[in-house]
Structures are given as structure tokens and as C-alpha cells.
Write a protein that binds this ligand. Structure first.
Ligand SMILES: Cc1cc2nc3c(=O)[nH]c(=O)nc-3n(C[C@H](O)[C@H](O)[C@H](O)COP(=O)(O)O)c2cc1C
Length: 175
């Protein structure tokens, strides 16, 4: 799909018919990897839960009821970043943003990821409300990684309307 169409047609989808297959998720993650990162350090990490046997149990334990319901029938991607690397020089924060830079890089990949998913014919739901403790243990995520979002990915089962955006003048100042 043409880029400006992708950016306007993408939606957060909260009802799925089927999960994206492994091959589709791999294609989407390869595109996410094309995002820029601090010194090209690429500290973003992904843990994909796609096996049908694991998905249902993982979903209900990793997510609060509302998000578990919204992501039924979708595969789940847990996104993390390795802490204390991006934004650090000789082990010290390069500036006041510290580990926010790791989250910044992961967010950039996240933007590529959701657009790439749309381009491949899948939809996504980024979920920030999730059970960190359960996810870390279930997927053996090391302590030096910050768990961020759980991202549902699959074929849409609803046609959501576009949610309103603020006026540009509310979010940007030109000098
Ligand atoms: C960091 C982040 C966390 C989010 N967490 C949730 C969530 O826990 N549950 C949910 O239903 N939607 C969640 N969303 C989706 C937003 O509500 C959605 O992106 C926003 O309303 C704009 O709608 P759109 O994505 O369809 O344009 C999250 C989005 C982002 C970027």
C-alpha cells in the first residue's frame, strides 16, 4: 500500500478473526528492524507467542481482562529493550533522558512494525497495560530488559473508525 494511505488507514483493532502466521510476523519484524536507532545499537527485542497451545493461557495471564478479550484470536508480540545501553556513554547516561532513549528506539520500531503489519494485510493493537511479572517469568525475559508493550497481530474482525487527532497547532510550535 502507498505510504500516505498506510498512515491514514491503519487502526488499532480490538477484535480478531485469526492470528498472523509466523512467516507474516517475521516479515513485519524485519521491516521494524529498518527503523533508525541510537548508534545503530538495535537494543529492541521481541518475544512472539504464536503457538495455539500457549496463546490462550498466556493471554489471560499476561493481560488484564479487557485487553485479553480485545486480543483474542491474535498472535502476541512482547516488545522489550536492553536497558543501560542506548543513551549511555561509558556506562553513564549521556543526558537527562537516560533509558528513555531505549524506549524511543523501541517506539520507532513499533511505528514501523504497525505500518508494516498493515501493509502485509494484518492489524495490530499495542497494549501498554500488561502483567510484567507474569510475562517476564513465562518468557524467561532477562532482568536487564525493560518490558514495554504486548502487541496483538492478526486478521481484523471489525472495521474501526478513525479516532480523532488534535489540531497541529496544539502539538507543534513553529519558530
Ligand atoms: C503505548 C501505547 C499503549 C496502548 N495501550 C493500549 C491498551 O492497553 N489497550 C487498548 O485497548 N489500546 C491501547 N493502545 C491503543 C491506543 O488507544 C490507540 O492507538 C489510540 O486510541 C489511537 O487509535 P488508533 O491506533 O486506531 O489510531 C495503546 C497505544 C499505544 C501507542
Amino acid at each position: 500500500m502507498e505510504f500516505s494511505m498506510l498512515t491514514t488507514m491503519r487502526r488499532s483493532v480490538r477484535k480478531y478473526l485469526s492470528p498472523a502466521p509466523k512467516s507474516g510476523i517475521e516479515a513485519v519484524l524485519r521491516k521494524a528492524q529498518m527503523a533508525p536507532s541510537w548508534k545503530n545499537m538495535q537494543t529492541s527485542r521481541y518475544y512472539v507467542v504464536e503457538s495455539p497451545e500457549l496463546l490462550d493461557e498466556f493471554r489471560v495471564n499476561a493481560l488484564p481482562e479487557g485487553n485479553a478479550k480485545k486480543s483474542e484470536n491474535a498472535a502476541l508480540i512482547v516488545s522489550t529493550f536492553v536497558k543501560d545501553e542506548v543513551g549511555f556513554i561509558d556506562g553513564k547516561p549521556a543526558n537527562d533522558a537516560g533509558n528513555c532513549w531505549g524506549a524511543y528506539d523501541l517506539g520507532l520500531q513499533g511505528a514501523y512494525l504497525v505500518l508494516a503489519a498493515s501493509n502485509e494485510g494484518y492489524d495490530t493493537l499495542i497494549m501498554g497495560i500488561r502483567n510484567e511479572e507474569f510475562i517476564r517469568e513465562a518468557l524467561a525475559i532477562p532482568e536487564n530488559e525493560q518490558i514495554m508493550a504486548v502487541i496483538a497481530i492478526g486478521k481484523r474482525g471489525e472495521e474501526p473508525a478513525m479516532r480523532p487527532r488534535k489540531e497541529l497547532s496544539e502539538i507543534a510550535k513553529f519558530f
